[in-house]
Ligand binder design. Structure first.
Ligand code: PLP
Length: 377
């Protein structure tokens, strides 16, 4: 985290105003306007987490019992659990072996008459390949929700992520490219969807004691909004440093035997969140676990595909087996039989390194030296 006196001053202003909720103040509204402007969309809706943003986005699209949404299994749990929260069914497609993003060919094979949407994830500041996914969505009448929780500021073919699909979702958790402590944002050009998102964020209540649909309390606080407004001003500067740090690692590592730097596809202007490296265990003679043990500063990233976790293997969501047992669904889904070869290989070979703005050149060099020793065995 990179909070300075600037954020502190704005937080104190909010405290002095005595207006801590967006129902009373103007700070979140201003942050929303500025964020929408930054992403290049008409609307932004401030919420209290990236998970809430996903939950609301799916609900706003009227996706629920009996419906399927296609997601990658190489992502944070909320990409998939937000679908369950809406009583819909996550269907996992495989990822691309180089970019680790959702593979459009695998997505195509997963479409059924129940499919309602696709959630591509822009993983660690590299963008998913959106055009093939947009084509698939158009051909099959599906929505696209971009999970941009790890990619504030990244661009796909010149367009900021969060402005490409029907809805975009962002997280402001402290490890992200910008933070509000906890927090999130939904982005869209669709005014009707924006209105629904605002309603769902606040009890489905457009005015006092009027309840027009089921909603939750997912409101962003004015304190979060105040931090966010300052962080947003700093975002491009942060992204520049993150990308520079990532490039520094990549330039040094690209010639090491048995360790690959992240692949940045031509269509992508990245906004690196972490630097994702890949080992070739057969070349360096170490499993991922052994590599990480010898390199304690490296981080484990998504060690198994999501469908191999207990939540999916044993289908532990709502009581009585919902949503899988829902009569509107009427299909049997068994994640224990699912095999997606690329993600199962990638999860055994991936590690992550910090490239945040506060990391020093010495720390980056230390990491490079460790990788040099481990990689050139
Ligand atoms: C890809 C992805 N989606 C969703 C989320 C959820 O965001 P939050 O932690 O703010 O709920 C995260 C955050 O870690 C994420 O990385």
């Amino acid at each position: 985290m990179n909070l300075t006196e600037e954020e502190q001053k704005e937080v104190v202003k909010v405290l002095k105003s005595q207006m801590l909720t967006l129902l009373a103040g103007e700070v979140v509204k201003n942050f929303e306007r500025e964020f929408a402007n930054y992403i290049g969309v008409k609307h932004a809706i401030g919420v209290n987490s990236g998970t809430a943003a996903l939950h609301i986005a799916i609900a706003a699209l009227e996706i629920g019992p009996g419906d399927e949404i296609i997601v990658p299994p190489f992502t944070f749990i909320a990409t998939a659990s937000s679908i369950l929260q809406n009583n819909a069914i996550p269907i996992f497609a495989d990822i691309d072996n180089k970019s680790y993003m959702l593979d459009p060919d695998s997505v195509k094979k997963k479409i059924t008459d129940r499919t309602k949407a696709i959630i591509p994830v822009h993983l660690s500041g590299i963008t998913a390949d959106m055009d093939p996914l947009l084509d698939i969505a158009e051909d099959n009448n599906l929505y696209i929700i971009e999970d941009a929780c790890q990619a504030h500021g990244a661009k796909y073919k010149g367009k900021k992520v969060g402005s490409i699909g029907d809805l975009g979702t962002f997280s402001f958790y402290p490890s992200k490219n910008m933070t509000t402590g906890e927090g999130g944002m939904i982005t869209t050009n669709n005014s009707k969807l924006a209105e629904q998102c605002r309603l769902i964020r606040h009890h489905g209540e457009p005015s006092w004691y009027v309840y027009n649909r089921l909603g939750w309390n997912y409101r962003m606080t004015e304190i979060q909004g105040a931090i966010g407004r300052i962080q947003l001003k700093k975002l491009d500067g942060y992204v520049k440093i993150r990308n520079k740090n990532a490039q520094y690692l990549t330039d040094k590592v690209k010639d090491f035997k048995g360790i690959d730097p992240p692949y940045v596809p031509k269509y992508c202007e990245p906004a690196f969140n972490y630097w994702i490296g890949r080992i070739h265990p057969e070349i360096i003679g170490l499993t991922k676990e052994e590599f990480i043990e010898k390199f304690p500063k490296s981080k484990v990233l998504y060690p198994i595909p999501l469908y191999q976790t207990k939540l999916f293997q044993q289908k532990v969501a709502y009581p009585k087996g919902c949503p899988w047992s829902c009569p509107f669904y009427g299909k049997e889904i068994d994640y224990t039989k699912l095999k997606l070869p690329i993600v199962e290989k990638v999860t055994r070979e991936i590690f992550a390194l910090d490239i945040h703005p506060k990391i020093t050149k010495e720390e980056l060099d230390d990491n490079i030296n460790i990788m040099k020793n481990l990689g050139n065995k």
